[in-house]
Design a binder for this molecule. Structure first.
Ligand code: KG4
Ligand code: ZN
Length: 346
């Protein structure tokens, strides 16, 4: 079974071809992050327009690299939500156009389910056993889920304010680092002391929820105390600002909470493993800390190329839907769902 998928939920224009939900035939990602760096974040209208320009060349490249044409495919898939409305519309409309032209069934896939199914494109997939605790950490989401079987999730909790990746991006901006803040903070933190500042950790005891806005404010307060005249985002950081220590201490605080809560959930729900998915799962310190804290419990993290937004993960999720229900076809009349919750029916 071969599926071509399209993903345009945020600032990556992506298309990929996947076979049987496990084999990657092509995976093309055109990132717009250089375009958005000047704004310090994703500018929705700029993102949508860039998707329009890039989408067809990216689809053509994905087909070419997989050595297939539309007639060799069994289905098409596209990210239906959650994401930026203007961006999602470009991908969904392109996918509908291809579906009309090819007469192939089209599936509208949840972006976060895609992040989860990136794991099934790796060799580690054969080691997965359910229930699996899933820590979904991206720029828009932070969710703790219990995956009890394929395509079956129980939501344990999630962020009540900023997403983990959003906190990395906002603190990156405070520290004068380039957008996106996540990778920049990870790199900068390598040279820093993670214990120099004891930034606020929100435990939200008794729940599986997270909160990162207090941590961001705690970094801001430290900067305001030491550098009262510094205007973050508007000027270069003052010379001598201990950016590496600030980045390392922030990262440590964020990871401490993510790791501890994920492992405690895994223990309480007797999970057979922990999966970390979403853009923040690219963070090696997160991987290392989770593995160390989880002990003998297997920790699964997709390879770097599949951590960030891509269409291969959307194709993989679509394949698993087709394996479960071979006639799945969402037709041509479905709308985008910019705020789609993972567990709500569509
Ligand atoms: O999943 P993703 O590519 O897009 C969304 O669906 O949001 O996640 C992007 C987020 C950004 O906030 C980015 O800063 C963060 O993932 N990120 C990281 C790292 N790489 C990307 N955060 C921490 N450490 C990283 N190495
Ligand atoms: Zn994502």
């Amino acid at each position: 079974m071969r599926v071509l998928a399209i993903e345009t939920s945020c600032d990556e224009t992506a298309a990929a071809v996947v076979e049987d939900g496990t084999r990657l035939l092509s995976n093309v990602v055109a990132s717009q992050s250089d375009l958005h760096a000047q704004y310090g974040g994703v500018f929705p209208e700029v993102a949508a327009r860039a998707h329009i320009e890039t989408i067809y060349p990216v689809i053509e490249q994905a087909l070419r690299q997989a050595h297939v044409s539309l007639s060799d495919l069994d289905a098409l898939a596209v990210t239906r939500g959650p994401g930026l409305a203007g961006s999602l519309l470009v991908g969904v409309n392109a996918a509908k156009g291809l579906a009309v032209a090819s007469n192939l069934p089209l599936l509208g896939i949840h972006h976060l389910e895609g992040h989860i199914y990136a794991l099934w494109l790796t060799e580690n997939a054969s080691k997965v056993q359910f229930p699996l605790t899933v820590l979904l950490v991206s720029g828009g989401h932070t969710e703790l889920l219990l995956m009890t079987d394929h395509l079956t999730y129980q939501r344990l909790g999630g962020t009540i304010d900023d997403a983990a990746g959003e906190a990395f991006d906002k603190v990156g901006r405070l520290l004068g680092l380039p957008y996106p803040g996540g990778p920049a903070i990870e790199k900068t933190a390598l040279a820093g002391n993670p214990h120099r500042y004891n930034f606020a950790r929100s435990w939200l005891e008794g729940t599986w929820n997270f909160s990162f806005s207090g941590l961001k404010t705690s970094v801001l307060r430290e900067l305001q105390r030491s550098y009262p005249n510094y205007q973050a985002g508007k000027e270069a950081p003052p010379s001598g600002m201990p950016i590496a220590d600030l980045a390392a201490s922030f990262q440590q605080a964020a990871l401490d909470v993510l790791v501890e809560k994920a492992v405690q959930a895994a223990e309480q729900f007797e999970s057979k493993g922990i999966l970390v998915a979403g853009g923040v799962s690219a963070n090696s310190a997160l991987k290392g800390a989770l593995q160390a804290r989880a002990g003998s419990l297997p920790v699964f993290v997709p390879p770097l190329a599949l951590c960030g937004d891509n269409a291969a993960m959307i194709a993989a999720a679509a394949c698993w839907h087709l394996l479960a229900q071979p006639t799945t076809h969402h037709g041509l009349a479905f709308d985008i769902l910019p705020t789609w919750a993972l567990l709500s029916p569509h």
